[in-house]
Write a protein that binds this ligand. Structure first.
Ligand code: S3P
Length: 450
């Protein structure tokens, strides 16, 4: 079942060469943040290149419910008239964040230091995901949360009437938790300090600075120390959202494993906190090059050229790189299945609490298509079958997880027999044009399946 629409079974057929240009949509992480910070600024923020996936649309709707005035001006072009830090009103309805962990956790942070009560809910996937990781630090500001057993949604969060600033060390590598604390710190007096042992994506820090907040980042023995001065007047911005490296990963990886392919994926954000997959692919021997490197909107950007790479070999991915490619392990495992030797992925416990248990979802689907996978609590190992060696022919389950659905569709493009997925519906959350985009470069997908 899809969170927001009908179930869409889909089959991916072994494909001829992929070629041409793949224009992937805007970055999901940056799109959420642009809407939320736009809503917390005083005046009009203009956004171009916004991802119009369901996750981000749900965040836009939430910001309207808190009082921001938001309009869509054209494709990817949005206007947000913010209410200022501390200006959120109490929504008159439940905030439905659909499938989005990022949406709900960032919005909880943003409202936790305002004296309003908000009830959050989501789809069957989101309502099983852990929220204590954000409500614990938000309670230090003075907010109170009441949810289901295990800190699950639906949940009501009552924001602090007299917030106090906090100093918090993030216990798991999570940009969502770090960002929730920073957004809560916006409406607390004094300095809020967040410490992260491992660097995670830093879009919130960059964007807060862009909106005029006083924020500093320093390296220390404990890790990255981020200090934010509360109660700033955020100045509205013009934001050009770069294209999403996590979405680019799918056409790039498909091209690496489909014989004869050669594609260009232009304008991809290559923030070092996001680019771990591309580094790993190059270590495996992928023919992947960066062309026309430049900076756009404060983020490094390049055009990616990916060519069929039959000689790839498995690698041990350094655990220290996990945070910079955490959403890309599912598609990496598909490339690993088409390489020779073993690809070892350790230090990835967080994969078990994403939109699905991604180790379990990928391991069972790869096995159903003839690939050997071993797994443990925080690791998994894929034994490669070499270029063109994946039998395919299996039925896989997307578990309401867009990245699992897209990964198995890419697997089918290079397998010996078609790969079926039970539901491509979740792809709408992050990559609504996936099907036409992949068809446009030569993939054969059809809406038949189970
Ligand atoms: C995100 C952070 C990551 C990532 C998610 C987007 C963000 O989650 O998996 O897709 O935009 O901050 P965690 O914070 O749980 O690692």
């Amino acid at each position: 079942m899809s969170g927001h629409g009908p179930t869409v079974p889909m089959t991916s057929h072994p494909s001829g060469p992929l070629s041409g240009t793949a224009d992937v949509p805007g970055d999901k992480s940056i799109s959420h943040r642009a809407l939320i910070l736009g809503a917390m600024a005083v005046g009009e923020t203009r956004i171009t290149g916004l991802l119009e996936g369901q996750d981000v649309l749900d965040t836009a709707k939430a910001m309207q419910a808190f009082g921001a005035d938001i309009d869509r001006l054209g494709e990817g072009a949005w206007r947000v008239h913010g209410v200022g830090v501390g200006g959120f009103g109490e929504p008159g309805q439940v905030i439905d964040c659909g499938n989005s962990g990022t949406g709900v956790r960032l919005i909880m942070g943003a409202m936790a230091t305002s004296p309003i009560a908000v009830t959050f809910s989501g789809d069957a996937s989101l309502n099983t995901r852990p929220m204590a990781r954000v409500t614990d630090p938000l309670s230090l500001f003075g907010a109170r949360a009441v949810g289901r057993a295990g800190g699950r949604l639906p949940m009501t969060l009552v924001g602090a009437e007299h917030p106090v600033p906090v100093r918090y060390t993030v216990p798991v590598p999570s940009a969502q938790v770090k960002s929730a604390v920073l957004l809560a710190g916006l409406n607390a007096p004094g300095q809020t300090v967040v410490i992260e042992a491992e660097a995670t994506r830093d879009h919130t820090e960059r964007m807060l600075a862009g909106f005029g907040a006083e924020i500093t980042v320093a390296d220390s023995a404990e890790g990255r120390v981020i200090t934010l001065t509360g109660q700033p007047d955020l100045k509205p911005q013009t934001i050009a959202v770069p294209r999403d490296p996590s979405s680019a990963a799918f056409p790039v990886c498909a091209a690496l494993i489909v014989p004869g392919s050669n594609i260009l994926v232009p304008g991809i954000g290559l923030n070092p906190t996001r680019a771990g997959l591309f580094e790993t692919l190059r270590e495996m021997g992928a023919d992947l090059t960066y062309e026309n490197m430049r900076e756009e909107g404060g983020e490094p950007v390049a055009d990616l050229r990916a060519r069929y790479s039959p000689g790839m070999t498995g690698v041990a991915v350094p655990p220290a790189r996990a945070a910079s490619m955490i959403d890309e392990y599912p598609i990496l495992s598909v490339v690993a299945a088409n390489a020779t030797g073993r690809t070892i992925m350790r230090g990835v416990k967080e994969l078990r609490v994403k939109e699905s248990d991604r180790i379990e979802a990928m391991a069972s689907g790869l096995r159903a298509n003839g690939v050997a996978v071993e797994d443990g609590p925080d690791w998994w190992i894929v034994t490669g079958m070499g270029a063109g060696g994946v039998p395919g022919g299996g039925l896989t389950h997307s578990h309401l997880d867009h990245r699992i659905a897209m990964s198995f569709l890419c697997l089918g493009m290079a397998a010996q027999a078609p790969v079926r997925i039970d539901d491509a519906g979740p792809i709408m959350t992050s990559f609504p044009i996936f099907e036409p985009l992949m068809a446009g470069i030569g993939a054969e997908l059809d809406r038949t399946g189970t």
